[in-house]
Design a protein around this ligand. Structure first.
Ligand code: ZN
Length: 299
């Protein structure tokens, strides 16, 4: 049975879990602070599990160097600039450490423990929009490990500016941060993305207009991915999928109108844990060139 520790570093909270054979046996959730807090949580979870982990897999949202295992940055968290996660965590725990993009990790979680399809796209719809691609049972990593950045497909070349510097990215039209900002402007009061969805559900016309446009953009993105990759299904996760009963039919109708074949969408059965579970399975999926060889298991 494989025993590893998975870590999912988010913009505000970090989750750590000891995972054996795909089952979480101990977990911690902590505010995303610095490296010492993360290392303490890793030690606590390993101690609670009662077994020696074989590796640590870390999912993170920021840009990273896959060859060296250095996290370049985390959004809005200056303390996490150029952090040598593989080296620091590896030395502290005496274990090999693997690092990858969080949406790619969620796709791995889905591949190993979710629907287990051989060909699918995983799409996370929350503050931003991220993705991971699995083709023929293998993760598509891309040249530097950043494949599957579906949120930065440009759908409207003259559209709203995106945090990445381009205009009209899928994320800039349909991401939760955009929905909250534009919804607040339009309604003249502060609303969250979730709040905007509830207003739309209640029939507020301006909220409904924004939500319909977001669903159309997401459907358009999914239709493009469907035509290019011919997956068996698109798996969705992330906070906004909590309102899938309302949003799902809109997204599916928009996607279907732009695709030749029947599109299949499913929510991940793993909920919030897709990235965490996928991180724990990173040792089995990460390409050899990006493996850490310097910190062998403690004996
Ligand atoms: Zn962008």
């Amino acid at each position: 049975m494989e025993r590893a520790i998975g870590v999912d570093i988010g913009g505000t909270r970090t989750r750590v879990a000891a995972v054996a054979g795909g089952r979480i046996v101990a977990r911690r959730t902590l505010p995303t602070q610095g490296l010492p807090e993360l290392i303490s949580a890793l030690r606590e979870v390993a101690g609670e599990a009662g077994w020696e982990p074989e590796a640590v897999g870390i999912a993170a949202p920021g840009p990273m160097d896959m060859r060296t295992g250095v996290l370049r940055a985390l959004p809005n968290l200056p303390a996490w600039r150029d952090v040598d996660l593989r080296g620091e965590v590896g030395r502290a725990l005496g274990l090999p450490v693997y690092l990858a993009n969080d949406a790619t990790c969620a796709a791995i979680g889905e591949l190993e423990f979710g629907h287990r399809a051989a060909d699918f796209v995983y799409l996370t719809w929350s503050t931003g929009i991220g993705g991971g691609i699995v083709a023929g049972g293998r993760v598509a990593w891309g040249a530097t490990g950043q494949a599957g950045e579906v949120g930065h497909m440009v759908l409207q070349p003259d559209g709203p500016p995106c945090a990445c510097g381009k205009r009209g990215c899928l994320e800039a039209v349909a991401g939760g941060a955009t929905l909250a900002r534009r919804g607040s402007e339009l309604l003249g009061e502060v609303v969250s993305a979730q709040g905007l969805v509830e207003r739309a559900r209640a029939g507020e016309p301006r909220a409904l207009g924004l939500i319909d446009a977001a669903c159309r953009a997401l459907g358009q993105g999914i239709a493009i991915l469907w035509e290019v990759l011919e997956p068996e299904l698109v798996v969705l996760g992330g906070g906004l999928t909590g309102s899938w009963d309302f949003l799902g039919p809109k997204v599916l109708a928009a996607a279907q109108a732009m695709a030749r074949e029947q599109i299949r969408m499913e929510l991940t059965p793993l909920g919030d844990d897709a990235g965490l579970l996928g991180a724990s399975a990173l040792p089995r999926h990460i390409p050899p060139a990006w493996r850490s060889g310097a910190y062998g298991p403690r004996v």
